[in-house]
Design a protein around this ligand. Structure first.
Ligand SMILES: Cc1ncc(COP(=O)(O)O)c(C=O)c1O
Length: 419
């Protein structure tokens, strides 16, 4: 006998809106403003074309109705919610006093560089990577040591940390003080393996490096069974001395699509380092937006069902993108985290110049790999309603099919071009 026949209806999963295409130009969305007045579907900046979780919208609406938007201290229970969240999600025991609230994460990367490197000293990054990991050292008038990730497949879409090159770079550059880690990795959409993380931990110990680990994508793991290990937790397991050298950056901006609300945090276990980080903030850094605090509290308390539904939508979109790119003959990643596919378009670049500009002319706005340190690559953001994503993929496929010269991926020609 079925449950309904005996009077129990099966619990229904809450349904959320991931299909509607909204007019985001009405509120000057950065993603859409770039192409205002042009027939270009924007799949670039890491921002999702989905409305935030209803629980977050309701909490903000209640705050808006309250009518007073003066200076706001973090809600008293917020630090405890964060601590509990980290304990249950990642098994990491964070102390409330380790938390420094921030209005953004790129700011946090810059502050970490400023705090951990004196003028003349350097930070280490692994390209390709989210552009501020390459630009922050220069902006802060410090040096950059870029140790490119090493391709591990012929298609040029899988990469690993090049430990030999990293060791050599550190030997050659004794002024390197800070490792800038994008973990999970944007744009590759991958978790570093335990082996890679252990290798990095040993290296930090050997070279006495501080680490700034940006973990903002870690709650968007698509592959079931995969887990995120906070790098600071792994260092803490080796020694308290190593934990004291960490700055972990995180926030709800990516997971809950609330980047516009300006709320993030740094976790800095060592009191001295935390004090120096706060001193670097000085009177230059404003408090997070009051609605950011409200939204974050709602996300911790009520966000999980929406996040699960989001992940299901992203998994379907990821697979749709993969199938379409395979038909187009474009080598690409099948990301295990987040909503960004990294595409090797070097063969196309050999024929058309910048693939980003070329696809833009054909109605699709992608991120240019050059900004991540890899000309000829593209990053495609698939966090879009399926109908919009489908239209963008069809445009890409039609543009490639209509090309007069046949387009055959030729990694060797492309490699020569970008060597
Ligand atoms: C790894 C990473 N860090 C930081 C950010 C941006 O964070 P925020 O908008 O809080 O500065 C992004 C945005 O894509 C990102 O991918």
């Amino acid at each position: 006998m079925s449950d309904s026949a005996i009077g129990h209806s099966a619990p229904t999963a809450p349904s959320f809106e991931f299909d509607a295409v909204a007019d985001r130009l009405q509120w000057s969305s950065t993603k859409w403003e770039k192409y205002r007045g042009q027939d270009v579907i924007p799949l670039w900046i890491a921002d999702m074309d989905f409305p935030a979780a209803p629980a977050i919208q309701d909490a903000i609406a209640a705050h808006v109705r309250h009518g007073n938007y003066g200076y706001m201290a973090p809600p008293r229970e917020l630090a405890r919610l964060l601590v509990d969240d980290h304990a249950s999600r990642y098994g990491w025991e964070v102390q409330p006093e380790w938390i420094v609230w921030l209005p953004g994460l790129v700011l946090g990367i810059n502050l970490a560089v400023r705090t951990c490197c004196a003028p003349g000293e350097r930070a280490v990054s692994f390209s390709p990577v989210y552009p501020p990991f390459l630009s922050a050292p220069g902006i802060q008038e410090r040096g950059l040591v870029d140790v490119p990730l090493r391709p591990t497949n012929a298609a040029g879409t899988e990469f690993t940390i090049d430990f030999a090159a990293l060791e050599a770079a550190l030997q050659a550059s004794p002024a390197a003080r800070l490792l800038l880690l994008c973990h999970p990795h944007n744009p590759l959409g991958r978790l570093f393996t335990r082996e890679e993380l252990d290798g990095l931990a040993a290296l930090c110990e050997r070279h006495d490096l501080h680490v700034c680990s940006d973990e903002v994508h870690c709650d968007l793991i698509l592959d079931e069974g995969a887990t995120h290990v906070p790098f600071a937790k792994l260092l803490a397991e080796r020694s308290p001395r190593l934990l004291a050298r960490t700055i972990t950056l995180h926030g709800p901006g990516k997971t809950y699509n609330i980047a516009g609300l300006g709320i993030a945090w740094a976790i800095i276990p060592d009191a001295g380092l935390r004090q120096r980080f706060k001193a670097a903030m000085g009177r230059l850094v404003p408090d997070p937006c009051c609605f950011g605090f409200t939204a974050l509290k709602a996300a911790f308390l009520h966000g999980e069902p929406w996040r699960q539904a989001l992940l299901a939508t992203l998994r379907r979109n990821r697979d749709r993108v993969s199938a379409a790119l395979a038909r187009m003959g474009l080598p690409h990643t099948h990301p295990e985290v987040s909503y960004l596919t990294w595409i090797d378009a070097r063969a196309l670049a050999a024929q058309v110049g910048s693939p980003a500009a070329w696809f833009e002319r054909h109605g699709v706005g992608l991120s240019d790999g050059a900004d991540f340190g890899r000309p000829g690559y593209l990053r495609l953001n698939f966090a879009a309603p399926p109908s919009l994503l489908e239209e963008a993929l069809q445009r890409m496929e039609r543009a490639l099919a209509r090309r007069t010269e046949p387009f055959a991926p030729d990694a060797s020609a492309a490699a020569a071009l970008f060597a």
